[in-house]
Structure formats: C-alpha cells, structure tokens
Write a new protein. Structure first.
Length: 214
C-alpha cells in the first residue's frame, strides 16, 4: 500500500572508504616499484599481498604467489633452521630477521635476508606482518671467500712456523753436539745463543751472556 523509507547520511563512511582505497593503491604502486620482494601476511600466515619483485623471484602469477608455500624453495641445509626462527619470530609479535638460501625461479640459489614487521588494526589487534627481502648473495660469497683466505693464511703460517721450529731444533741439535765454541749474534753483535761447549769453556750460563755484546 505504501513504502516507509529513511535516508542516512553516509558521506563520512564513503570518504573514509575512498581514502582507504587511495591509500592501498599508493602502497601497491610504491611496493611494485621496489626492486626487492615485499609482501603482507594475514594473521593466519597467508599472503594478503605480494609485489612485482616477489612474483618475479617465484616466477608465478599474482594469485599463485599469494598461495605459494615458500618453504618448498628453502635450501635443505637451511630449511629446519629458517622455519624454527620464523615461527619464533612471529610468536614475539616484534620485528625479526631471517637469513637463508632460497631457490629462485631460474633455479639459482640466492641468499636472502628478510625483515618482517608486525602490523596492527586501528584497535591495536595484531593482523599479520609486512616483510621485505634483500638479496645478500654477493656479500655472503665475499664473506666465504674471505674466510677461505684467512683459513689458508692461518694454515700457511702454521706450516711455516712448524718448519722454522724444526729448522731451529735441528740447528740447536748440531750446535749442542759440537765440540767447538759456537753461538749466534743479532745484527748489533749481541749474543742470542751460545752452545754448551762455549758456555762450559767460559764457565758461564746462558743467562750470563744472552743479550750482551759479543
């Protein structure tokens, strides 16, 4: 027979929705222009957003990237550690960092350093994390090369020291079995070493002559 209606002013709600839409669009544009993988997770750990660099690293389209299980591309030597550190980091609801090797879409293993920040809704409830990853492969390889160089240098020093000690021991053995007065001097002419025959001949100890002019 008739209609009863009411008008409700939703201007503020519409403005807020438009502002949110524009904010999300700006975030997408910024994130997609970043040269490093970025993502946003929900509280259940599912991906809510992934940027273009993230998609390129995985080599899959957007929808597949959101559902992709990153654990499947972890290096076997890093998988257990990374998963444990990830769960522990998320449990703190604080920023955390992970470093491990991941298989890129082209099959190459890349060292990635990921940094995750918790995100909150307007009422202060935790709703997931925002993450970004940096390729640190070059730095890791340089670190490995430096470690190899240091290990090689230490080995060479140890070998050279052992050789010098062996040579000195042989020299002392020769000197000590000689019936001649024998000794060693430094460049200033101070006594560094005198054999037993020499010390006995002058009725002195090594302490009496070491460091004194010949």
């Amino acid at each position: 027979m008739r209609l009863v209606g009411a008008h409700i002013d939703i201007t503020d709600l519409a403005v807020a929705k438009e502002a949110l839409r524009e904010s999300e669009e700006r975030f997408r544009l910024i994130a997609n222009s970043a040269p490093v993988p970025m993502w946003v997770t929900n509280v259940d750990r599912s991906r809510a957003f992934a940027n273009q660099a993230y998609l390129e690293f995985l080599g899959v389209p957007y929808e597949q990237a959101l559902a992709f299980d990153w654990r499947t591309i972890l290096h076997p030597d890093d998988a257990d550690r990374i998963i444990k550190e990830s769960l522990a980091g998320e449990a703190t609801l604080k920023p955390f960092v992970l470093e491990g090797r991941y298989r890129r879409a082209d099959g190459l293993w890349r060292w990635m350093r990921s940094e995750s920040q918790p995100r909150w809704d307007p009422t202060g409830n935790h709703i997931g994390f925002i993450g970004v990853a940096h390729d640190v492969t070059v730095a890791k390889e340089a670190e490995r090369e430096l470690r190899l160089v240091n290990d090689t240098l230490e080995q060479r020093i140890a070998e050279r020291t052992a050789q010098l000690q062996s040579n000195e021991a042989q020299m002392r053995a020769i000197f000590e079995t000689s019936n001649q007065y024998q000794g060693l001097l430094d460049l200033q002419g101070n006594v560094v070493y005198a054999n037993a025959t020499a010390l006995a001949g002058i009725r002195a100890s090594a302490q009496d002559v070491t460091g004194k002019p010949f």
